[in-house]
Structure formats: structure tokens, C-alpha cells
Design a protein around this ligand. Structure first.
Ligand code: PAN
Ligand code: ZN
Length: 197
């Protein structure tokens, strides 16, 4: 009989509320207000918004805490509020995985938005998402999500537990493209402050 060499984490089930994205009995809830996202949006617009209030931009519900081991999975929901800073829609910080060869699956639950991805070589890809969209983040692609709608944009993410987060690359260099509100809806435009790589 082969032994079962897995970490002692038993099978489990979590309830995910499809409308709100709330995971019941989560391991952790992370709240990102505008003041937590300094440098993400155009500075002058963000300062003006902060002067009036400090809006909630998004929350992440982490379902559980898996050992940081190859073979384990983590999953979470993200709820991005509708809103804009200047012409730029509310969005997540965005990251590469610290182990860059780790992929991820996003599944749209409510609202609409997009998954903005880029490689370090400068390729950009935008996947539009709504309820029922299963969008794939391949290994090596940095990723950020953007709420382009008028309701909360809610999605589930499933990813390897050892993927980790590299936020620094995005914080220092940004994304090559921005998703902004145009007259006929969202537009993908170059980011003039993108610093490459
Ligand atoms: C997602 C993201 C989540 C929040 O679970 O972590 O949507 O985005 P930021 O982490 O960029 O703030 C994921 O991609 N995990 O790997
Ligand atoms: Zn990720």
C-alpha cells in the first residue's frame, strides 16, 4: 500500500455566496481602500478623491490557509467595487507570482470587468469577464483585474499555494496598458508612466 505523503490538511468545503462573493468562515479578509493603494492611480486624481473620502476599492476573501507547498491549492474571491479615479476604473494592485511559472484560474461570479495581463517582454492581453467567464492566467503573466461595470465585479481565483506574490515589479514599473472610461465604454490605452520589464 503506498502511503499518502500529504500535509495533514483534511478535505473541506466552503460556502461561497455567488452574489456578494463572500466566503463564509474565511481564513482572512483583506480590505483595500484608496489610501492602501498609493501610486496605483494617477496621483493628482487620487489625491483629490482622498481629500473627500477614502473609498473601499476591493476586498479579498481567502478561503483557507494551505501549507506553502507544491501540490496544494489556495482559492479566494475578490470583490471590486464600481468606481473610478479620474478616468481609470477601480482595480486591483496586480502582481506577478513570486514563483513565476505558476498559473491561475479566474471565474467570474457577478458584474463585469477585465483581466489585464502582461509579460515582462511587453506582451499585453486583456480578457473580458462576466458571470460564468473562466479566464486563464498562464505562467509568467502579471495580472490585474478591473471593474468596468456599474455593479461590484466578483470573481473566484484558484492558484497553487506556493505561487506567492511579487507586487514590487508592478509597484515600480506599472502595467503597460491602462483601462479607462471612454465615451463608448472601456478603452485600453498605453500607460505613459510604464517603465518596462
Ligand atoms: C488573486 C488576487 C486578488 C487581489 O487572488 O490576489 O484578486 O489582487 P492583488 O493581489 O493584486 O491585490 C490572485 O491573483 N492571487 O494569486
Ligand atoms: Zn495571482
Amino acid at each position: 500500500m503506498p502511503s499518502t505523503p500529504i500535509h495533514p490538511m483534511p478535505p473541506f468545503t466552503k460556502q461561497v455566496d455567488l452574489a456578494s462573493g463572500i466566503i463564509h468562515d474565511p481564513h482572512r479578509v483583506q480590505t483595500r481602500r484608496l489610501s492602501d493603494l498609493r501610486g496605483l492611480f494617477h496621483a493628482a486624481d487620487a489625491e483629490a478623491a482622498l481629500a473627500s473620502d477614502d473609498p473601499l476599492v476591493y476586498r479579498v476573501y481567502d478561503a483557507h490557509d494551505a501549507p506553502n507547498a507544491a501540490g496544494q491549492l489556495l482559492f479566494s474571491t475578490t470583490v471590486i467595487e464600481p468606481g473610478r479615479i479620474g478616468d481609470e476604473y477601480f482595480m486591483t494592485k496586480g502582481h506577478y507570482h513570486a514563483k513565476e511559472d505558476r498559473a491561475e484560474l479566474y471565474y467570474g461570479l457577478q458584474g463585469e470587468g477585465c483581466l489585464l495581463m502582461q509579460t515582462r517582454d511587453g506582451d499585453v492581453n486583456v480578457q473580458w469577464m462576466r458571470s460564468g467567464s473562466a479566464a486563464y492566467v498562464p505562467p509568467y503573466w502579471g495580472h490585474r483585474t478591473v471593474n468596468t461595470g456599474t455593479e461590484p465585479f466578483v470573481f473566484l481565483a484558484v492558484f497553487p499555494a506556493d505561487a506567492g506574490y511579487d507586487y514590487g515589479s508592478i509597484r515600480e514599473r506599472g502595467f503597460a496598458s491602462r483601462i479607462v472610461a471612454g465615451e463608448d465604454g472601456p478603452r485600453i490605452v498605453p500607460n505613459p508612466s510604464y517603465r518596462g520589464g
